[in-house]
Design a binder for this molecule. Structure first.
Ligand SMILES: Nc1ncnc2c1ncn2[C@@H]1O[C@H](COP(=O)(O)OP(=O)(O)OP(=O)(O)O)[C@@H](O)[C@H]1O
Ligand SMILES: [Mg+2]
Length: 343
C-alpha cells in the first residue's frame, strides 16, 4: 500500500465521485486550533456556551433558605476553561441542522468507532459539536488519522503528502449491521466480499447468499468499477431492506483496513483468493451461532464496573466500592500504627 492510495481514500477525494450512491454528507475544513485541542491530552472539558465553568459566588439575596455555598477561589482550586471556537461551532451547527439534526461524524478516514461507549447514548449519533468533541477526544482511531495516517505504507522513504484535515458530517442513518458488507477490489476486479459485522450470525445472509452477492456485483460493475482513482481498493456497502445497495466508505487496499473474514495474505498477490480463476468474488459470512465472536471494539472499552460506578448507575457496586476503600484505609492506618507501612 502506497501513501498515494491512502490519500485517495480520504472522504473528500471519493465523495464527489460517488455522491449519488452514498449517504448525504458535508465536509468542513478543520481549523488548526481545533486540531490542537483534539490532540491535547489535558483538556477533556467540552466547550459549550450554556456551560459555566467559572467558580461562582452565590448570592443569598434571592433565596432565604438556600445554603450559603461559597466556592473557594484559593490557590488549590484550578479552573479549567474550555476552549471556545465560536465561528467553527456555528458552521458545524448549521451543517448538522441542514442534515436533519443528527449526524455521524468522521475525520478524513476514520470514525471514532472505538469511543462510542463514552457517549451517553452509547452511539456515534451527534447533535452538537460538544458530542463530536467528546467522541473524537476519546478515540484512538481519530488520533491515528491526525498523527500517523501513513504508518503502514510501504513507501516510507518518500515524503508524507500534505493533508488538509476535514470534519465529515454524514446524515444519521439507521443501518442494520446484517446489511453491511466489505468488498475487496484488486486490479479493478471484485475478488472478495465479507460480511462486515462478522461477529454475529444473520440467517438472512445464508438464505439470500446468491441475491446478496449478485446485488453487490451489479452495484460494483455499474457504479464503482473503473470510476475510482486507484485499481486496488476496499469499499463498504449497505444493502437496504428493499435490496438497494449503497456505498458507505472507501478504504485503502492494505493492512490498515480490517480484512474481516479474509486474511491479507489471501487477498494480496499470490494469495489464494487473489489468484482464483472463477468468475465471481469469494463471499464469506458467518454461517452459524457457533462461530459468533466478541465484538472487536471491546478491547477499547473500560470495564463495565467502572462505567457503572462513575455513572452512579449501580448503587450496590458503589456501596461495595466504598466499603472496599474504607477497609483499605483502615488496613493502611493499622499498618502505619504498627510502623510497617510501605515506603
Ligand atoms: N451515516 C451514518 N449513520 C449511522 N451510522 C453510520 C453512518 N455511516 C456509517 N455508519 C456506521 O458506522 C460504521 C463505521 O462507519 P465507517 O465505515 O464510515 O467508519 P470507518 O472509521 O471508516 O470504519 P473502518 O475503520 O472499518 O473503515 C458503519 O459500519 C456503519 O455501521
Ligand atoms: Mg473506512
Amino acid at each position: 500500500m502506497k501513501k498515494e492510495q491512502v490519500v485517495n481514500c480520504q472522504f473528500s477525494a471519493w465523495y464527489p465521485i460517488f455522491k449519488k450512491h452514498t449517504i448525504k454528507s458535508l465536509i468542513l475544513p478543520l481549523p488548526q486550533n481545533v486540531i490542537d485541542y483534539l490532540l491535547d491530552d489535558g483538556t477533556l472539558v467540552v466547550s459549550g456556551s450554556d456551560q459555566n465553568t467559572q467558580p461562582r459566588h452565590t448570592d443569598n439575596s434571592d433565596s432565604e433558605d438556600q445554603e450559603d455555598v461559597q466556592w473557594s477561589d484559593d490557590e488549590t482550586t484550578t479552573t479549567v476553561t474550555a476552549p471556545e471556537f465560536p465561528e467553527f461551532t456555528s458552521k458545524v451547527l448549521e451543517a448538522i441542522n441542514s442534515l436533519g439534526g443528527r449526524v455521524f461524524p468522521k475525520l478524513n478516514w476514520s470514525a471514532p468507532r472505538d469511543a462510542n461507549w463514552i457517549a451517553l447514548n452509547s452511539s456515534l449519533q451527534c447533535c452538537s459539536l460538544a458530542d463530536i468533541f467528546l467522541l473524537f477526544k476519546s478515540s484512538d482511531f481519530i488520533t491515528h488519522d491526525l498523527t500517523q495516517p501513513f504508518l503502514q505504507c510501504s513507501d516510507q522513504d518518500s515524503p508524507d503528502p500534505v493533508i488538509k484535515y476535514e470534519l465529515v458530517l454524514r446524515k444519521w442513518s439507521e443501518l442494520i449491521p446484517g446489511g453491511e458488507f466489505r468488498c475487496f477490489v484488486k486490479e479493478n476486479k471484485l475478488i472478495a466480499i465479507s460480511q462486515r459485522d462478522y461477529t454475529q450470525y444473520y440467517p438472512h445472509i445464508l438464505t439470500q447468499e446468491e441475491q446478496v452477492s449478485q446485488a453487490i456485483q451489479d452495484f460494483f460493475s455499474q457504479n464503482v468499477q473503473y470510476n475510482f482513482l486507484d485499481e486496488d481498493f476496499v469499499f463498504d456497502v449497505y444493502r437496504d431492506s428493499q435490496g438497494k445497495v449503497w456505498l458507505i466508505d472507501l478504504n485503502p487496499f492494505g493492512e490498515v483496513t480490517d480484512s474481516l473474514l479474509f486474511t491479507w495474505d489471501e487477498l494480496t498477490s499470490g494469495g489464494e483468493v487473489a489468484q482464483q480463476q472463477q468468475e465471481g468474488p469469494t463471499f464469506r459470512f458467518t454461517t452459524s451461532e457457533v462461530t459468533v465472536q466478541p465484538s472487536p471494539c471491546l478491547s477499547y472499552r473500560i470495564p463495565r464496573d467502572f462505567v457503572d460506578l462513575s455513572a452512579g448507575e449501580d448503587a450496590y457496586k458503589l456501596i461495595d466500592f466504598l466499603k472496599l476503600r474504607k477497609n483499605q484505609q483502615e488496613d493502611s492506618e493499622e499498618e502505619e500504627e504498627e510502623g510497617n507501612a510501605p515506603p
